[in-house]
Ligand binder design. Sequence first.
Ligand code: NAD
Ligand code: MG
Length: 390
Amino acid sequence: MQRITILGATGSIGVSTLDVIARHPDRYAVHALTAHTRVDELAALCERFRPQVAVVGSADSAKKLTRLLREKNLKIQVEYGEAALCAVAGAPECDAVMAAIVGAAGLAPTLAAAHAGKKVLLANKEVLVMSGRLFMDAIAASGAILLPIDSEHNAIFQCLPHGYQRSPAQHGIAKILLTASGGPFLTRDVDTLASVTPEEAVAHPNWVMGRKISVDSATMMNKGLEVIEAHWLFGASASQIDVVIHPQSVIHSMVSYVDGSILAQLGNPDMRTPIAYALAYPERMASGVASIDLTAIAQLVFERPDFNRFPCLKLAYDALQAGGTAPAILNAANEVAVDAFLNQAIGFRMIDQLIARVMDMLPHRPVTDIDDLIEQDRHARQVAYDFIQS
Ligand code: NAD
Ligand code: MG
């Protein structure tokens, strides 16, 4: 029996994870569930999955959750705040941690899971973008097992040779091919992008996801963050990672070998497949996702991404090349920009402009430690806010 902590249990990935776990009650039990503000939803999940601990974002939310759980006669320990998130991620009672908080808020608890040597199921890609080397060092030092949940990285992981050592050349790998749907604005007239609404931007053609990653998919910053994520997970340089637009989202990514072979992983666009893969690894188990009917799809289409349409993708490659604190600055500016766009404080096209501006204004340098990184993140956010105000 594996005991799981789910960071971000009320989110899109959190709910899909619980759906998979519910299919295998003989294999998995829930140690802790966490949510930020959606207390009613968390209470319902607590009733169904009976964790030992539930964590929320504030004292008020904790009070409300305690009352709701008492009404249901449930004896579950209720905590709140970042220290509590770190505690449930590193708790001796837990074997595996699903890191599914969105954005930099997941940094401390996901690092706590890495330091504690847990099996870390990583959906929260912003953690790796921000703290790449520190995070990978923490995983190596503790002997933690890191399994990618992001569908592309999970696909690549499945296409790599057994015992892969984070060195493409050593394993005869020429390129990592990250597929991208291109999002809702792949074919829209570029001149009209300035006026798209948040609702248009979050309407992804193939995937149902949280709002932040949906906007990231529309700008293709999501793919940019994934290039950086692939760099850290697989030890590939920027020139060894290509992005291929594939609007059907049937192939979730590929590995191209020096002998001319390309290995791909295919499936329906449903996150329960990579989640079940990582939970059961190295075994396989049912996820609730049906196989695709290849004859019904009939055609797979591929094209090169256009940096004029998707400048955020270029900004992310630039940040990876620059290294050091640059990806953390990129991520912070993006989080502020996406939030401002969703709150209708800036237009869609201002997202890439804001990020470029912040990147220009803040010189990047090597990362010293986690406190330094958090300070860089804070500073970049401040610069981005100031820019929006002006
Ligand atoms: P979501 O918005 O649906 O859920 C986010 C979760 O994080 C919620 O449970 C929320 O309560 C929690 N949360 C939000 N802010 C928080 C804070 N400040 N402190 C603590 N908890 C907080 O997001 P999602 O779509 O499930 O994405 C989660 C992560 O997984 C993101 O990093 C995303 O990039 C990644 N991811 C998602 C998908 C997908 O299909 N949804 C696919 C690949 C990767
Ligand atoms: Mg992805």
